[in-house]
Structures are given as C-alpha cells and as structure tokens.
Write a protein of this length. Structure first.
Ligand code: SF4
Length: 227
C-alpha cells in the first residue's frame, strides 16, 4: 500500500457532535425513553498511545449507548472483554459499567460510528461523517502497531480513515492486511450476539485472530535499550 495520506486535523471525539441529524434525533428520542442512559457520542476507551486499536461498528442500544463506554454492558462485550483479559489487554474479564474498575493496557477500543444508529445500521453518509474522528484516532497507532476491525463496515471505515479507498482490500475474517510503517489491519467477524449465538464467530475463531494480532505485536515490539 502507498504511504498514508495525512487525514484532516481533528479530535478523536466530540461529546457534543450533532453532525448526523438522523442520529441526533434518534438519540433525543431514546434519551426521553431512557433518561439514565448515556445517549451521546461514545468516546474511545483505553490508552491513547496503544499499539492495538480495535474498531467496532457503533454503540449498542443497551450497551455502550447506555453505559457510555464501548462494548460495555451488553452481549457484544462478553467475548471481547473475556478475550482481551486472556491476552493481557484488560485488567478484568467482564465490562459492566463505567467505573467498574476495568482498565485496558496497550489497547484502545473505538467505533466507526460514535452515536447509536437505529437498528444498529448506520447510513453510509453517517459512517463517512464520523470518519474524521476515526482518522484522528487511528493516526495515533505507532509503527508496528495493529488495528483490528470487527466486521465489514469497521474494515471499510478503518481503510478510509487511513487514507485509502474503502474497497482497497476486501474484508475477510482472519485476514491480515499490511499497512505502511509495519502496521497491520486485522479483520474479524463482529462479536455481536447474533454472530456468537449462530456460531458464525466462535471463541476459538476469535482467539485465532488475537493469536495473530499478538504475534504481530510481539514481532514488531520496540527494542528495549540495554541497561
Ligand atoms: S455519528 Fe459521529 S459524526 Fe455523526 S453525530 Fe455522532 S459523533 Fe457526530
């Protein structure tokens, strides 16, 4: 792939963003029904200098949209946080709420779309609109780092955020796409309730992806200066 193009300067997150009229209106509707829910754009979670960034699709209604933290409080987070814990990226295997004490190490989780979409289906224009935030987020991945895209939309959004055409390389579960700077883009099926219940994505399949991610990060680990 060619070198990354410089993405527009922007923040990784804006709690007051209302760029997407449809999503802002939907959030207002959901907030009225669930006053205790977060119901705002959901910020990335984890270390700002992480070597691994995981890109999901969008907040779930009763998960991230309720808790205000990606993959926290719903079914989609069960396999993700269990696996992150097993591979040493998370301090706890379960994510229940902001303030549950869970911390990520060497890892950050973000979403291609920061606001809850109706039916878990963002429009292409909404994915494009939110891509400036994702571009700023992925720009922090250091040389030798890894991006893990959960699903086709996250894969395409990550490519776009990195300055490539969204169709430059096809999504394929288990695939690893080389990026400039010894970075790599890994693909996995999304760890959604539907995918795990139907066993389209099994824990073993997900662990195999993390085996590959961990191997990449180990091979590309920065050299430690001798004492
Ligand atoms: S989805 Fe992204 S761009 Fe659209 S309103 Fe939410 S934060 Fe803003």
């Amino acid at each position: 792939m060619p070198e990354l193009r410089a993405a527009p300067a922007t923040a990784t997150y804006d709690e007051d963003c209302r760029r997407c009229d449809r999503l802002a209106g939907f959030l207002a509707h959901v907030r009225a029904a669930h006053p205790a829910y977060w119901c705002r754009p959901v910020p990335p979670f984890g270390e700002t200098s992480a070597r691994l960034v995981i890109v999901g699709l969008a907040p779930g209604m009763h998960g991230a949209n309720a808790s205000g933290r990606p993959f926290t409080g719903d079914h989609a987070g069960i396999l993700l946080y269990e696996t992150l814990y097993d591979y040493g990226f998370a301090t706890l295997p379960v994510a229940t709420a902001r303030g549950d004490g869970l911390r990520l190490s060497g890892c950050r989780i973000t979403n291609a779309v920061k606001c809850l979409p109706p039916g878990n289906k963002p429009l292409p224009a909404e994915v494009r609109s939110c891509n400036t935030f994702l571009a700023a987020d992925l720009r922090t991945v250091p040389e030798g780092g890894a991006i893990l895209a959960l699903g086709r939309i996250a894969h395409a959004a990550a490519l776009r955020a990195l300055g490539h055409a969204a169709t430059r390389v096809a999504f394929a579960h288990g695939a690893c796409h080389a990026l400039p700077g010894r970075r790599a883009l890994f693909d996995s099926y999304h760890c959604s309730r539907y995918n795990t219940n139907t066993r389209r994505l099994t824990p073993a399949m997900f662990r195999a992806v993390f085996d590959a991610v961990a191997a990449h990060l180990a091979a590309e680990a920065p050299a430690v200066a001798a004492a």
